[in-house]
Design a protein around this ligand. Structure first.
Ligand SMILES: *Cc1c(COP(=O)(O)O)cnc(C)c1O
Length: 374
């Protein structure tokens, strides 16, 4: 029976425990697994290598992303580190300029300490990607849409260039999730997620996921996952499973709110520019003046000024001092992450309440003309 996506998502973890018939999958805390005799195994030995609760999540995300195997890690950064462990000193990786600040920081460290070569290119210009490929280039690592400027990258085109040059393509699919975009089906080789964001969706668990398309890469990742050991704990795996069940409902509600809010913000005198790719639930926007950012954030009553995204509660982040603070200022501003830019992770609140909160904050700024606005 071929199921529609909503049915697949919500059934994750069900029918996994024949002994009890549990609907919610058991959380297996046991770190060790007994063998009846020499040469026998239940398939589980030691929890770092394999854990039954984690396996449900790993097999689930592999199916949702159309890969052959999934690996659950203790954070999104641990997932990215796991993928970077596939490379060696001297290997070259190509990325778009607009990338998650933590990824930028981890790659800078890998360059400094392990001589991993890293270059950034304009991925809206396919020629610039081709020009930067050199004999040592092994991979392209990208996010689409990019963060925080929400530019979509043409994955099919990038994957074609990669195939022609024998490069592997790694996509951080945190922002769109497999519900809106399945990079492995468009030619990518590896998908990574910060499951902390939309997949878990409730701002209560830190987790990362990796999915491989080929058996060959999956085998290398399985070794590294076990060797490095930044695996996801069973309780956290269960929280992510629980989150994934409602992902389609949440994304649809958040996306609908985001579409409304993008239109609302575009009409506001205080807003210089709205950046919204038309789908997903992230909206970036620039206030007319960077000096308005502090009073605007301070006046918000419903929306939290906080540094994350993808949860059911609405957040506004200030990339310049939060997610992207580690990129040197001149470079950050040159990349478009300036002092006016805010990133809105739209939640599932009633959209009229979100609009009312933004309206009251903007109106306070008007009243304090000569004060906060100067
Ligand atoms: C948050 C985030 C990460 C890092 O994930 P953690 O779970 O915080 O370690 C990586 N990529 C993107 C796009 C993110 O938003």
């Amino acid at each position: 029976m071929v199921l529609q996506p909503e049915s697949v998502y919500v059934q994750l973890g069900n029918k996994q425990d024949d002994t009890t018939g549990a609907i919610s999958p058991p959380i297996h805390l046991s770190t060790a697994y007994r063998h009846n005799e020499l040469g026998q195994s239940t398939g589980y030995e030691y929890t770092r290598t394999k854990n039954p609760t984690r396996s449900i999540l790993e097999e689930g995300i592999a199916a949702l992303e159309h890969g052959v195997a999934g690996f659950a890690c203790s954070s999104g950064m641990a997932a990215i580190q796991l993928v970077l462990s596939l490379f060696k000193s001297g290997d070259h990786i190509l990325l778009p300029y607009d990338i998650y600040g933590g990824t930028y920081r981890l790659l800078a460290h890998a360059h400094e300490h392990y001589q991993l070569e890293v270059s950034y290119a304009d991925f809206q210009d396919l020629r610039s990607i081709k020009q930067m490929i050199r004999p040592e280039t092994k991979a392209i690592f990208l996010e689409t849409p990019t963060n925080p400027l929400l530019e979509e990258i043409d994955l099919t085109e990038v994957c074609q260039i990669a195939k022609a040059n024998d490069l592997i393509v790694i996509v951080d699919n945190t922002f769109y999730t497999p519900y809106l975009q399945q990079p492995l089906r468009l030619g990518a080789d590896i998908v990574v997620h910060s499951a902390t964001k939309y997949l878990a969706g409730h701002n209560d668990v830190l987790a990362g996921l990796v999915v491989a398309k080929s058996k060959q890469i999956a085998e290398r990742l399985a070794d590294l996952h076990n060797n490095i050991g930044a695996t996801l704990g069973p309780f956290d795996a269960w929280l992510v499973i629980r989150g994934i069940k409602t992902l389609p409902l949440r994304i649809r509600a958040q996306q609908k709110n985001a579409q409304h809010l993008a239109a609302f913000l575009a009409d506001q005198d205080h807003v210089q520019e709205v950046i919204y790719p038309g789908k997903g639930a992230m909206v970036s926007f620039r206030l007319q003046e960077s000096s308005w950012v502090a009073p605007f954030l301070k006046q918000l009553k419903l929306i939290s000024f906080a540094e994350s995204l993808g949860g059911v509660e609405s957040f506004i982040t200030y990339p310049a001092t939060q997610t992207h603070a580690d990129i040197p200022e001149a470079e950050r501003v040159a990349r478009g992450i300036d002092g006016q830019l805010l990133r809105f992770s739209v939640g599932i609140e009633n959209v009229n309440d979100l609009i009312a909160d933004l309206t009251q904050s903007f109106s306070k700024m008007n009243n304090s003309k000569g004060g906060d606005l100067e």
